[in-house]
Design a protein. Structure first.
Length: 276
């Protein structure tokens, strides 16, 4: 049996929601889950990249994805997002909390609106999505436990941490605070939902090539100065920046039965830059 055949069957008949999936890491996570057999709700703030991500998923398997446009900072919307998975595909098995952004300034210069924005998207957004998913993941598993003696299979939640938060990154006090909070969320919900066979884990990307880490030009909001990029590259033992597929591979592991006895954990995907 080929590796590709194994991959296609790994998530057969599973249904996932991936937030922030219109671009970058989120899009590659979505296409990777579809390649493994899952059907996916692709969330994004912007309709155009979400539609492009859906088309990419359909090229892998027709009918495997639909888009949902909205902000994870809105709890009413996250309720609708999770319900969309059930309405379209009949259930919800996997939640990938990828949505995130950064707005960087030193602590004493950080404007309130940038602090609030980064905390709202990266931290509160994760909380909103997990709480909204509870009726479709935790409660369904609970009913199976009561009726059958155990859930039919393990459900999965994958959150996003960051190696920058482990180190403490100057200029990113808002981002680091949010990502450290996500570790707390991961560990708490992992313990609360473990008896229902729900695995809750996190992926911590290192420096990964996306529009958030592209070489920053004058006037750009997103990006990283080229000299900082090169300085970071020198610190990566494997000698290259991460690619979105590197991160998606870790998300696939945590979304699949391969991780059924792993919960409350974080995988660092950093090319050796961060070794605890």
């Amino acid at each position: 049996m080929s590796d590709q055949t194994i991959l296609r069957g790994l998530l057969h008949d599973r249904v996932a929601v991936v937030t922030g999936a219109g671009r970058g890491i989120g899009r590659v996570c979505a296409t990777t889950l579809v390649s493994a057999g899952a059907s996916v709700i692709i969330n994004d703030l912007d309709a155009e990249p979400a539609a492009e991500a859906v088309a990419e998923c359909h090229a892998i398997r027709p009918g495997s994805a639909v888009a949902s446009i909205g902000s994870v900072t809105d709890p009413k919307y996250t309720d609708e997002l999770m319900k969309a998975a059930v309405d379209r595909f009949g259930k919800l098995d996997i939640l990938v909390n990828n949505a995130g952004l950064s707005r960087d300034k030193m602590c004493h210069l950080m404007p309130d609106e940038w602090w609030d924005l980064v905390i709202d998207v990266n931290l509160t957004g994760t909380f909103n999505c997990i709480r909204s998913a509870a009726p479709h993941i935790r409660e369904v598993a609970k009913r199976e436990l009561e009726e059958l003696g155990q859930p039919r299979y393990n459900r999965k939640i994958v959150n996003f941490f960051s190696t920058a938060a482990i180190r403490g990154n100057p200029g990113q006090i808002n981002y680091v605070a949010a990502k450290m909070g996500n570790v707390g969320i991961t560990r708490v919900v992992a313990q609360e939902w473990a008896r229902f066979h729900v695995n809750v884990n996190a992926v911590a990307p290192g420096f990964t090539e996306t529009r958030m880490t592209a070489a920053k030009k004058p006037g750009d909001v997103l990006g990283v100065p080229e000299e900082q990029r090169q300085a970071t590259l020198q610190k990566i033992p494997m000698g290259r920046f991460g690619q979105p597929q590197d991160i998606a591979n870790a998300v696939l592991f945590f979304s699949s039965p391969l991780s059924d006895y792993v919960t409350g954990q974080t995988i660092n995907v950093s090319g050796g830059m961060q070794i605890p």
